[in-house]
Design a protein around this ligand. Structure first.
Ligand code: AMP
Length: 223
């Protein structure tokens, strides 16, 4: 069973995906994390995508679809796979339909985290990330126990280069132009679950779980 988390940068996709992973045994696949790992490892792919990511632009569809396919091919689907940050364009959504059909995987639902621009700007501006384990914090709403250090692994927290103000504005513009059309795309297919993502992570998670349990029944019933 495949689930998609859709939403603007800063809407909370990563936070919710990590909760689903820990709580329900879902496997989170974040294309952003996979690309950052490739950059850290200095691979050919990493070198090719670095410029796009730093500028807050989208990586070309074919590159990112290839990364996703390789990751899916590892076959660890747990109790479901949660796609965090893919698809981000209508073309990617069409590519995903082809990939799923080829492997006989079913898309169960698209969880659309709907948050205002004010909310996402606040979240991204204060976000600090662990370069070691990928955990996210917020300087005001979710600070680490020890200032500037990751609670989980102790590494020094950093500001992601694409969380710098210029890149944030670019990412939101790209989101509005290229990713937001997916709301209509999946709504027309009857797959969309709109979730108010303006509240705290706990509140949003409750709504996410309610949407999942509703869809889960439908997904099983459809065979
Ligand atoms: P994220 O961690 O999901 O915010 O992604 C960080 C960056 O990685 C994005 O701003 C894009 O540059 C790139 N990226 C991640 N997923 C995709 C995707 N599905 N399509 C194109 N670029 C992506």
């Amino acid at each position: 069973m495949i689930w998609i988390l859709l939403g603007a940068p800063g809407a909370g996709k990563g936070t919710q995906a990590k909760r689903l992973q820990g709580d329900l045994g879902f496997v989170q696949i974040s294309t952003g994390e996979l690309l950052r790992e490739a950059m850290k490892a200095g691979t050919e792919l990493g070198k090719n995508v670095e410029g796009y990511i730093r500028r807050g632009e989208l990586v070309p569809d074919n590159l990112v679809a290839e990364v996703l396919q390789e990751r899916l091919a590892q076959g660890d689907t747990g109790n479901g796979v949660i796609l965090d940050g893919f698809p981000r364009t209508v073309r990617q959504a069409q590519m995903l339909e082809e990939i799923l059909a080829r492997h006989h995987w079913r898309l169960c639902g698209v969880l659309y985290l709907d948050a205002s621009e004010e909310v996402v700007l606040h979240r991204l501006g204060g976000r600090r990330t662990c370069p070691q384990c990928g955990a996210n914090y917020h300087v005001v709403t979710m600070p680490p126990k020890v200032d500037g250090r990751c609670d989980r692994c102790g590494a020094e927290l950093v500001l992601r280069p694409d969380d710098a103000l210029d890149a944030i504005h670019k990412r939101l513009e790209v989101y509005r132009e290229q990713t937001e059309p997916l709301v209509a795309f999946y709504s027309q297919r009857g797959m969309l679950e709109r979730i108010d993502a303006g509240g705290d992570a706990e509140e949003v998670y409750r709504a996410v779980k309610t949407a999942i349990s509703r869809r889960w029944q439908q997904c099983l019933a459809n065979g």
